[in-house]
Design a protein around this ligand. Structure first.
Ligand SMILES: O=P(O)(O)OC[C@H]1O[C@H](OP(=O)(O)OP(=O)(O)O)[C@H](O)[C@@H]1O
Ligand code: HPA
Length: 185
């Protein structure tokens, strides 16, 4: 999507930083430690949800020192907008056979949770032995798809604002922003 450059710069410059990269890296290390405690004796398959999961996955993977495989999928329900559709759209499904595997889904954000729930169900339907979820950010509000819905591994919690940075986009941009930012106004 191409958007007015001035608008994009204004959104970035007026945003409020909620977490800087030092705080993000500390959170990623906590997630890595918790995943190590659970998967140290197995060889899970880590599935990154593109596009948003790319930064989280990149920073997490080198902190894990047990045998693992990676693959990715691309599912979206926001498609460059700031509010989502009820149905998720599958663009790429995992290339590796999930049957009998311990699968861990990696994504940037658990917002309503519709996306993660659909992906978990799809992995179970393909015969995964177990399916866990890991997100960099859990947005705190009472609109979760299921009451009390949580990921198995969570980096940080964030307030109920539209967020960007560390993989999360504002209308397709600023996934590259270093840290987590709340759009103002
Ligand atoms: O919990 P939910 O309310 O379902 O929202 C979370 C999902 O929304 C974003 O993906 P998006 O559809 O924007 O695709 P993207 O990864 O390409 O940004 C994000 O990466 C999560 O996958
Ligand atoms: O706050 C958000 N920011 C970016 N992507 C998202 N996908 C769901 N919620 C968000």
């Amino acid at each position: 999507m191409s958007l007015d450059r001035e608008h994009l710069l204004r959104v970035r410059d007026s945003a409020r930083q909620l977490y800087d990269m030092a705080q993000i890296d500390a959170a990623v290390t906590r997630v890595a430690d918790a995943m190590t405690a659970r998967y140290n004796d197995s060889n899970p398959l880590l599935l990154t949800v593109m596009n948003g999961g790319v930064v989280f996955a990149g920073r997490l993977l080198t902190e894990l020192s047990f045998p693992l495989e990676i693959d990715y999928l691309h599912a979206t329900r926001y498609t460059g907008e700031t509010s989502g559709n009820d149905e998720i759209q599958w663009i790429v499904t995992p290339g590796i056979n999930l049957a009998g595997r311990d699968v861990v889904i990696l994504d940037d954000i658990l917002d309503v949770g519709t996306t993660l729930l659909a992906i978990v169900e799809a992995c179970k339907a393909q015969g995964a032995a177990s399916v866990a979820t890991a997100v960099l950010v859990d947005k705190v509000h009472d609109r979760k798809a299921q009451p009390g819905l949580k990921a198995d591994f969570t980096g940080v919690e964030a307030e109920d604002a539209y967020l960007f940075g560390c993989g999360m986009d504002y209308k397709g941009f600023w996934r590259n922003a270093p840290g987590i930012y709340a759009v103002e106004g």
